[in-house]
Design a protein around this ligand. Structure first.
Ligand code: PEP
Ligand code: MG
Length: 316
């Protein structure tokens, strides 16, 4: 019964008083598209392109192979929005031809955008393939870089996009605390932000996302993480730009309401979570979401933040 009610609920994400929050899907390639369409995703908020590269870690896929994969995803959302993340190699996703083998601490090493800036040919091929894939399609393409640390990173990425002649919006992922702290500076170079809360939690709490023993610190309800989300959203608002969330945090329906209350402008998640987030968001006003967000930020632990937000949203 609950499943039927959820399946019946479709349409764009919005609070009960009509504040729109586009609900987008995280995908790893064309194979994930049918589930996203089925869930009523309004587009893709995170296309993790590294999955195209992981099949063969010795060399990058050809430009033609990339064009084909990108086009399949782009075609699935006519008039919709697709946010493609350029290759995020390194750390937990090493690639032989890109990632240094001898890093003592790969999570803090040459990964994400850092590795693309060291291998501009790989970035150029990817941007050219995206440019070709989007040609003639009505879709609204956005391209973002993983692991942007500062304004110099953001500028280097935007320059590479311009040089490739890419007709898209360029954005930066906020996954490093420094990027949240100086979000306004980064926004001088790019047009949007997207928070990767998985890595942002990892780097904020110095807690490896792969290590179960420190999972308490990886909890996206941690008030310190919510503070960094709020900082990024405030910066984007001040610059008249958008700031989405594409980490796991967006897939928790109650936390999705809190993120909305913090000023996040879109939420991207695994397709399976979309109906639940849509249904929960539709039950609350923006003002309630804002009160829940304030209550969560006033807490001293993740558990307390969760309880406080839930209490506000259930009208206790
Ligand atoms: C994140 O870090 O939150 C994110 C969305 O990227 P990934 O999980 O692919 O590192
Ligand atoms: Mg990440």
């Amino acid at each position: 019964e609950r499943k039927a009610a959820l399946a019946a609920a479709t349409g764009p994400g919005a609070t009960s008083d009509g504040h729109k929050v586009p609900l987008l899907a995280n995908v790893g390639g064309p194979a994930d598209v049918p589930a996203a369409v089925e869930a009523g995703a309004e587009g893709v908020g995170l296309f993790r392109t590294e999955f195209l590269f992981l099949d063969d870690s010795k060399s990058a896929p050809t430009e033609a192979a990339q064009v084909e994969a990108y086009r399949k995803v782009l075609e699935a959302f006519p008039e919709g929005r697709v946010v493609v993340r350029v290759l995020d190699a390194g750390a937990d996703k090493p690639l032989e031809f890109l990632t240094p083998a001898d890093e003592p601490n790969p999570a803090l090493g040459v990964r994400g955008l850092r590795s693309l800036l060291k291998h501009p040919d790989v970035l150029r091929t990817q941007l050219t393939a995206l440019s070709k894939a989007v040609a003639g399609l009505p879709v609204y393409l956005e391209v973002m870089a993983p692991m942007v640390a500062d304004r110099i990173d953001a500028k280097d990425f935007a320059d590479a996009c311009r040089e490739a002649g890419l007709n898209a919006k360029f954005g930066a992922m906020v996954e490093i605390p420094a990027a949240a702290l100086r979000a306004r500076s980064i926004l001088q170079e790019v047009e949007f932000l997207s928070l990767g809360t998985n890595d942002l939690a990892q780097y904020t709490f110095a807690a490896d996302r792969e290590v179960g023993a420190v999972s308490r610190l990886q909890d996206p309800w941690q008030p310190a993480l919510l503070d960094l989300v709020a900082m990024s959203a405030d910066a984007a608002k001040a610059e008249g730009k958008s700031c989405g969330v594409c980490g796991e945090a967006a897939s928790d329906p109650v936390l999705a309401c809190v993120l909305t209350g913090l000023g996040i402008t879109s939420l991207s998640m695994g397709a399976a979570a979309i109906p639940y987030v849509r249904a929960t968001l539709a039950k609350h006003t923006l003002a309630q979401c804002e009160r829940a967000a304030a209550a969560a930020r006033a807490a001293d632990s993740a558990e307390e933040a969760r309880r406080a937000a839930q209490a506000v949203l259930s009208g206790e």
